[in-house]
Design a binder for this molecule. Structure first.
Ligand code: QUE
Length: 349
C-alpha cells in the first residue's frame, strides 16, 4: 500500500486534511480532490468536528497547483480526464467557499494555482516567512482559475488583476496587504500553533492572536498607486501602452513579464476578471471558469506552455496567436460560450 495523497483524520474536535504528495509539491490530483470533498461533506453534519485544519506534510510547499502534466496529456487527446478534474476541483473550491464551520489554512511555503483555490475560501489563512504566493497560469497558457475570477477582482487597487496577468510571486507581507493572509506566524512556531488549535478549536481567534508575528512591511505598497492607475481599462493593449508610457524600471519589468505570457491567456484573463467581478455568486463565477477551462485545456497554448515550462523546461513557449492583435473577439467568445446544458458545471447539492 502506498501512502494516501491526502491524510484525513479527526484530532480532538478538529477535522484535519493534510496534503501528502510532497514529490509534486502537493499538486492536486482528482483523487485528492475527491478525498477532501468526501471528508468535508461528512464533517459538515458531524457534531464531533467543530473546525477544519488544512495543511501539508513535510517541509516544502503548501500546494503548487494542479496535476498539470495529466491535464496537458488529456487536453492533447479528448480532454475528458481534464474536464473531470476541473469539475471536481471547482466543486471542492465551492464547498470550501460555502462551508459553515471555520477552516484554517496554513500557507507555509509555495501556494500557487490549485492551492490558492483551496485556501482563499478558508476563514483563517496563515502565512509564514516561507509563503510564496502566485497565480502563475498565464505562463503556461492556462488562466487564473480555481475562483480567481471571484477572488482577484475583490483585491484592493487592481492588484488582483496585476497578480493574474503578470503571474508575479508575493511573500507574506504582501499577502497581508492583499487580504490573502489573515495572520502571520513564524514557520518555527507552526507546529506549536497546530497543536494549540487542536487542543482548543473554539479558541481559534485568541490562539491566532497569541501566535501573531511580524511579516514586515509589504514591498508591493510602493507600486500600489501605479498598479491602480495602469492595470485598468478594458484591453490588455491599453495596459501594455500604459506601462510603456510610465517608463520606470518597474514598469519595464512588468512589460517584460507580460511579453513572455500567452497573448490568448492574457485576453482570456482580463475578460474573466471583468465577468467575475460582475458575477452574482461564487457559483456563477465557477460556472464561467469551467467553460473557459473546458476549452482552453484543449487549445495549443496550454499544451505548448506545459511543454515549455514543465516538461522540456526550455522556457521558450511558441504561443499561437503570437501577438495580442491576433487574439480576436470571436476566439474569446468561443472560449466563454455556454457548454451544452448536460456538460455545464454545477455546485454540489
Ligand atoms: C503554472 C501552473 C503550475 C505550475 C507552473 C506554472 C501548476 C503546477 C505546477 C507544478 C509545480 C511543481 C510540481 C508539480 C506541478 O507548476 O499548476 O507537480 O512538482 O501544479 O507556471 O499553473
Amino acid at each position: 500500500m502506498s501512502e494516501p495523497e491526502v491524510l484525513v483524520r479527526v484530532e480532538g474536535r478538529v477535522g484535519r486534511l493534510t496534503l501528502n504528495r510532497p514529490q509534486a509539491l502537493h499538486a492536486l490530483t482528482l483523487t485528492m480532490c475527491q478525498a477532501m470533498t468526501d471528508a468535508l461533506l461528512a464533517w459538515r453534519s458531524d457534531p464531533a468536528v467543530s473546525l477544519v485544519l488544512l495543511d501539508h506534510s513535510g517541509e516544502r510547499g503548501f500546494c503548487a497547483g494542479g496535476d498539470i502534466r495529466m491535464l496537458a496529456e488529456s487536453g492533447a487527446g479528448n480532454g475528458r480526464a481534464a474536464r473531470a478534474f476541473f469539475f471536481t476541483e471547482y466543486r471542492l473550491d465551492h464547498l470550501l467557499f460555502e462551508y459553515e464551520k471555520p477552516v484554517v489554512a496554513i500557507l507555509d511555503g509555495v501556494t500557487m494555482g490549485g492551492g490558492v483555490g483551496l485556501s482563499l475560501p478558508a476563514r483563517y489563512r496563515v502565512a509564514t516567512e516561507r509563503t510564496n504566493f502566485a497565480m502563475p497560469e498565464t505562463g503556461i497558457g492556462l488562466f487564473p482559475d480555481v475562483g480567481g475570477g471571484w477572488h482577484l477582482p475583490h483585491m484592493p487597487d487592481q492588484m488582483g488583476l496585476w497578480l493574474a496577468l503578470t503571474g508575479s510571486r508575493v511573500k507574506a507581507a504582501d499577502c497581508e496587504l492583499l487580504g490573502i493572509a489573515t495572520h502571520f506566524v513564524d514557520s518555527d512556531r507552526i507546529a506549536e500553533l497546530k497543536a494549540a488549535i487542536i487542543a482548543d478549536p473554539d479558541a481559534i481567534e485568541t490562539t491566532l492572536k497569541r501566535f501573531q508575528g511580524d511579516a514586515g512591511s509589504p514591498p508591493l505598497a510602493e507600486h500600489q498607486d501605479q498598479i491602480a492607475r495602469i492595470f485598468t481599462g478594458d484591453s490588455v493593449e491599453g495596459i501594455v501602452a500604459a506601462l510603456e508610457a510610465d517608463g520606470s524600471d518597474w514598469a519595464k519589468a512588468q512589460s517584460a513579464a507580460l511579453a513572455s505570457k500567452s497573448p490568448q491567456t492574457l485576453k482570456v484573463t482580463l475578460r474573466q476578471m471583468a465577468e467575475g467581478a460582475r458575477a452574482p455568486s461564487f457559483a456563477d463565477n465557477m460556472r464561467m471558469e469551467y467553460r473557459i477551462a473546458a476549452r482552453v485545456v484543449q487549445r495549443h497554448d496550454f499544451i505548448e506552455g506545459v511543454r515549455a515550462v514543465i516538461v522540456d523546461k526550455d522556457n521558450k513557449p511558441r504561443w499561437e496567436p503570437t501577438s495580442l492583435a491576433g487574439v480576436t473577439p470571436a476566439m474569446l467568445d468561443a472560449i466563454f460560450a455556454p457548454l451544452p446544458p448536460d456538460e455545464e458545471w454545477s455546485p454540489l447539492a
